[in-house]
Design a binder for this molecule. Structure first.
Ligand SMILES: [Zn+2]
Length: 464
């Protein structure tokens, strides 16, 4: 009875908030949990659950996992637009069931889960597959607490006793989950023995020391940051052989094509998003596809059809000008975006939109960890660099120290969050015909860019 009562409260508050035009909030899930603390386990027990967690790439990997399920004709629910904390996950499941508490028809769930929340919810979700993307310093734990985050995910994974783990073999932190737990594991990674992956952002190796014996690890090669082929000469911990391994790749501004190997067979795959980090996301989704028994050809077909989520390299066209928005949350994320911008080698206008709300991380000093200096190697390709948002001035200073000051446009008469739509509009107007504006927002700045673009699209549709 408590279960149904909690479910109804969740449904009614969601409905009321929507009627008041308040978007997804934490309230419905929070109320439901206070009435029935085990509501999540009861809801989730009706679904086959696939979870994705890790520092970077959760949303995109989840989206690609969903495409694979769609291709397989599976009916699923997912929290792709909602919160990835326990209350948001509760609200997602509550939406997927009727007032009787039975599923509306979906049999599966794709759940993106925050790493700390994962420790709490993994046992309740009893997932069939858990994909872990990677572990990097996030803005909130920039003082080297990345192993604390790893341990939270390990705690969760230990409760996911029936799950096949899909793990990034190239990340010694991520791969250690498979070593420490008895679960079945599928590893994915990138073969860079021919050296064709170049990390132009020269992102630093954050995990150069062995997790088990603290000796310095040897790397045969890196792909980026601490990802690569590693081995500890002291205790023998080394990169597990990946069952799914990328062998070659190429990038354009909008897409990535790559080959990968499974059981000595080679397959080709294209995705409608670019950047090496998105190939890693695709490899995680491929690992999940293999874990559920999908054929590689079917997986590749599904991935080639999927579109990026908002702010994850999504492109909007206005006339013959394009705006591409790429969310940046932490130093490694931004390093990877810079690597992508350098590798596509095409002319563009950049716009950094930086806020410092809680959702962005209030401490923005991580911007000084990013190798923005590398952008000077493509200076000739950059028509202009705009900065805006609450910390637009700080960003302009950071770019000045990176040697890019002559190209930076910062208008100090515009201040705060309100500057974001004005500056994006100005950048769009002032760039050349046929140009691309790449907007790099922090999380809350992305929401401001989203509503600006939405308004522009609505206006365009109105005039059409
Ligand atoms: Zn060791």
């Amino acid at each position: 009875m408590r279960y149904l009562l909690a479910l109804w409260i969740c449904k009614v508050t969601t409905w009321l908030l929507r009627a008041m035009h308040r978007g997804a909030t934490a309230l419905p899930g929070k109320l439901a949990l206070s009435v029935c603390p085990d509501i999540l386990a009861r809801l989730a027990s009706q679904f086959t659950v696939y979870v994705v967690t890790g520092t970077n790439g959760k949303t995109t990997t989840g989206l690609l996992m969903s495409s694979i399920l769609e291709q397989q004709g599976v009916r699923y629910i997912s929290n792709k637009s909602g919160s990835n904390l326990e209350r948001g996950i509760v609200a997602c499941f509550a939406e997927g069931v009727k007032v009787s508490g039975r599923s509306k028809g979906a049999t599966h769930a794709v759940i993106e889960c925050d790493e700390a929340a994962f420790a709490k919810v993994a046992g309740k979700l009893n997932p069939a597959v858990v994909v872990v993307t990677n572990f990097f310093k996030d803005q909130l734990d920039r003082y080297g607490q990345v192993t604390a985050t790893l341990n939270l995910v390990k705690t969760g994974a230990a409760k996911a006793v029936n799950a096949t783990l899909v793990l990034n073999a190239d990340d010694p932190l991520c791969a250690s989950i498979g070593r420490d737990l008895p679960n079945n594991a599928i590893y994915y990674g990138m073969d860079n023995s021919n050296g064709n992956i170049v990390d132009s952002s020269h992102s630093e190796n954050e995990a150069g020391y062995c997790l088990y014996c603290h000796s310095k690890m040897d790397y045969a090669y890196n792909t980026y940051g601490h990802l690569g082929s590693y081995a500890c000469n002291q205790c023998g911990y080394s990169r597990p052989t990946p069952q799914v391994e990328m062998t070659e790749y190429s990038l354009t501004m909008e897409s990535a094509t790559f080959s990968y190997r499974v059981d000595q067979e080679n397959y080709n795959c294209s995705i409608n998003m670019s950047g090496l980090f998105n190939i890693y996301n695709a490899m995680g989704a491929i690992g999940m596809g293999l874990a559920i028994g999908a054929a590689p050809d079917h997986i590749n077909h599904a991935l080639s059809k999927s579109q990026p989520g908002f702010g994850r390299m999504e492109t909007v066209h206005f006339g013959n000008k394009a705006i591409r928005t790429i969310l940046v949350k932490n130093s490694m994320g931004l390093n990877q975006v810079i690597n992508y911008l350098i590798s596509v080698n095409q002319s563009m206008t950049l716009c950094f939109a930086v806020n410092d709300h809680i959702s962005d991380g209030e401490d923005i000093s991580w911007l000084w960890d990013v190798n923005l200096e590398c952008l000077s190697s493509i200076k000739d390709n950059l028509s202009a660099i705009y900065t805006c948002g609450i910390r637009g001035a700080d960003m302009a200073v950071r770019l000045k120290y990176a040697g890019l000051d002559t190209d930076v446009v910062y208008d100090n008469s515009l201040d705060g969050e309100g500057s974001i739509p004005i500056v994006v509009q100005r950048a769009l107007e002032q760039m050349e015909e046929g140009g691309t504006l790449v907007v790099l927002p922090s999380y809350s700045a992305m929401l401001a860019v989203r509503s600006f673009l939405q308004e522009k699209i609505d206006m365009k549709e109105f005039w059409n």
